[in-house]
Design a protein around this ligand. Sequence first.
Ligand code: PGA
Length: 261
Amino acid sequence: MEVLIRETSEQASLLGAQIVAQLLRRKPHCVLGLATGRTPLRLYDELIRLHRKEGLDLSGVVTFNLDEYVGLPADHSQSYHYYMAENLFRHINIRPEATHVPDGCATDLRAHCVEYEKAIVNAGGIDLQLLGIGSNGHIGFNEPSGSLRSRTWIKILSEKTLRDNAPHFDSPEQQPRHVITMGVGTILEARHCLVLACGSAKSHAVRAMIEGPVSAMCPASALQMHARTTVVLDRAAATRLDHPEHYEWIEKHKLDWQQYA
Ligand code: PGA
């Protein structure tokens, strides 16, 4: 894993946006895997700014989102369809038909999971998958103890994740307990995975992901088996790492072509 530590979440988010923008400039017809949650909001803001002020073109991009709540329609304010429209898609020049978010209201959810996998393959596979990490180590909504080879599937949220995300809902009754999510195996097929994690609440999960054993109890640790994963952290998320100076040494000695300029 490539581990890049920045002092602030602002700096970490801007670096994440730079990595995405670098791919967009190099490969305008790329396939992006996208994430939701609090973490990528600043990164999306920066992509919008780059589009508006620096002509970053997203007209050729195809996107696939990681997950969606089962039972929330696209126009529900807490659905990830709504999140993506509000926080990114409607501000950039992406073609609406090129954006994909799992349909949590599909009549046959299991068939939809299979179709979602096929759509990713038909698009040529994901070039860059953006990921957050849950405080329990989940990626997408793949909760601890789930299969590390899973494909897009229906999952039950853990109590920890329900608690973490409860502030987004008016009442516990409104919060779905079931989700549709790309599997860990699906995520591992992306050509490049980019994990962004900020804040001390993520520090345990970040340590388990980077320095812990590969274990289904921390699904993000499966990324240790991925050929190209970049983890961008702010200092608070990096506090529990045993070897921050090692990661900083590696970054300092990168060759020119390895830099994210
Ligand atoms: P957060 O969620 O960005 O809202 O912290 C991340 C995740 O659960 O993957």
